[in-house]
Design a protein around this ligand. Structure first.
Ligand code: ZN
Ligand code: ZN
Length: 246
């Protein structure tokens, strides 16, 4: 058995195991952090008291535009060199610890119900912020990723967010080509690599709208910035970004 086949087999077994544990712990009744049975009053946040304490809430000094952690001043180094095309990006959590687990359980382990919990945290954060929006949209996933994964995690989060916020969801962008895996590229290479990756969906009007762009994680901000550039070119009045983690 080749190593590729072997890892596929392991992946298959792991999936079977996940389906089993998911059946054992139906969504909302087990803590997503430690698997312990949840008291009913904690179902909504999906975590027991101890795990909720561990959530990596973003604290400290943050860049006024992209939300990156900074030591001094108003903007991070990248934003002070060149502002992104979006107006503001915000996220409740650092991409670390339990927040990372939420994202990976959804994306890599296919626990789709986690999108609801992520949307709930994002919605609470959004409603406590000064951000407003006319339309919620999502960063579209690459066609190849969709084929492999079988679901669009960002769209799931955006739709769940839209229901909570009572703001309509609308798909506004197409991803037009599959680019190299971004995580392997440096910052400036990432900015260059996403350029030209998105186009507005024909006949979907962004004209004059304040758009809230949803993604799971903001890393360099290159993808969100490129999406914002395209939507603003199509007439969007503003594009703010909410992600689960940053
Ligand atoms: Zn727990
Ligand atoms: Zn910044």
């Amino acid at each position: 058995m080749g190593s590729g086949q072997k890892s596929k087999a392991l992946e298959f077994l792991k999936k079977g195991y996940d389906a089993f544990t998911d059946a054992m712990f139906p969504p909302g009744y087990a803590c997503l952090g430690c698997g312990k049975e949840l008291k009913s009053e904690f179902h909504e946040r999906a975590l027991c008291d101890e795990c909720a304490e561990e959530l990596p809430f973003k604290t400290g000094k943050l860049c006024a535009v992209c939300g990156a952690a900074i030591y001094a001043g108003r903007l991070c180094r990248r934003c002070s060199q060149a502002l992104p095309e979006f107006d503001k990006a915000a996220a409740p959590f650092f991409y670390d610890g339990l927040a990372k687990k939420f994202v990976l359980d959804l994306k890599a382990r296919g626990r789709l119900y986690i999108a609801d919990y992520m949307a709930e945290y994002m919605y609470r954060y959004f409603s406590a912020s000064e951000l407003t929006a006319d339309i919620v949209t999502a960063v579209p996933s690459a066609a190849k990723t969709l084929r492999i994964r079988g679901f669009d995690h960002t769209e799931l989060i955006a739709k769940a967010f839209s229901e909570r916020a009572h703001i309509a969801y609308k798909a506004l962008l197409n991803r037009i080509k599959h680019k190299k895996d971004q995580t392997k590229l440096g910052f400036s290479a990432r900015y260059a690599s996403v350029s030209g990756s998105f186009e507005p969906i024909r006949d979907e009007i962004a004209e004059g709208l304040n758009i809230l762009l949803i993604d799971d994680v903001l890393t360099t901000g290159a993808t969100a910035s490129e999406c914002a550039r395209v939507m603003k070119k199509a007439g969007a009045a503003s594009v703010n970004v909410i992600t689960f983690a940053r």
